[in-house]
Design a protein around this ligand. Structure first.
Ligand SMILES: O=P(O)(O)OC[C@H]1O[C@H](OP(=O)(O)OP(=O)(O)O)[C@H](O)[C@@H]1O
Ligand SMILES: O=c1cc[nH]c(=O)[nH]1
Ligand SMILES: [Mg+2]
Length: 219
């Protein structure tokens, strides 16, 4: 796997991540969602440098300009619900992408520290020979990314796979590395060292879905 950890270099991106982590600033839901969205824009821009382009001629009022333009074979798939603002950020740049949505949530069994991933909702175009961008802001154990990709398999084999995430735990990064094909790219804004016993990223930022959209009742 090609791992692109953007926080390794100083940039304004780190300010956005610090605002998402900060217990006071993160309480502003609109700012939290907007920070995920603009991180999606930055990660999308960075990953666009590895996509395929074709030669085109653009007519300007003064003449013709030869330019290389992006091949639009992109399917943008995000994992509900925390993936929604990340999806918006990516879609702000990949204007004409096809879109897929998939739900994944942690179902806690008798032991509150153990859970399985339940995939329920799925709407997806053909992925055959396309560029799949699979987005979820949190990569904790990595199980949601792997379970959703399994559920996407009947829709075809993508030509390229790009995983996009805001914060990951090293364990989750290792898990996706071992469960996705070798040519997969991971674009991530920060990688933290630890996972808590309940599978939360430490120091992380807390529950991204709840911070973006409000607490949900466990069922
Ligand atoms: O890497 P994993 O261990 O699978 O954990 C990451 C998942 O947890 C969060 O979703 P959550 O289950 O909280 O759902 P939500 O978006 O509805 O809040 C997050 O958005 C990922 O989907
Ligand atoms: O730290 C974590 C782990 C999973 N989901 C979150 O929202 N945060
Ligand atoms: Mg959540």
């Amino acid at each position: 796997m090609h791992i692109h950890n953007l926080s390794e270099n100083n940039s304004i991106l780190n300010t956005f991540i610090s605002e998402m982590r900060d217990t006071t600033i993160q309480r502003d839901r609109m700012r939290f969602r907007r920070n995920i969205e603009r991180i999606g824009e930055i990660l999308g821009y960075e990953l666009s440098k590895t996509l395929r382009y074709h030669a085109a001629t653009v007519e300007t009022p003064l003449g013709q300009c030869k330019m290389d333009l992006l091949n639009n074979d992109i399917v943008l798939c995000s994992i509900l619900r925390a993936g929604v603002p990340l999806h918006n950020g990516l879609l702000n740049y990949f204007d004409d992408a096809e879109n897929a949505f998939i739900s994944a949530y942690r179902h806690h069994k008798e032991n509150p520290d153990s859970f399985e991933i339940i995939v329920e909702y799925l709407a997806c175009p053909s992925l055959e020979n396309k560029t799949l961008i699979l987005a979820d802001p949190m990569l904790a154990t990595g199980q949601s990314m792997v379970a959703t990709f399994e559920a996407l398999k009947p829709f075809g084999t993508p030509k390229n796979i790009h995983l996009v995430s805001v914060i990951g735990a090293q364990e989750g990064v290792n898990y996706v590395k071992n469960n996705f094909r070798e040519d997969t790219h991971l674009w991530i804004a920060a990688i933290d060292n630890k996972l808590s016993e309940k599978g939360y990223i430490v120091p992380g930022l807390g529950d991204a879905g709840d911070l973006a959209f409000g607490e949900k009742v466990q069922h």
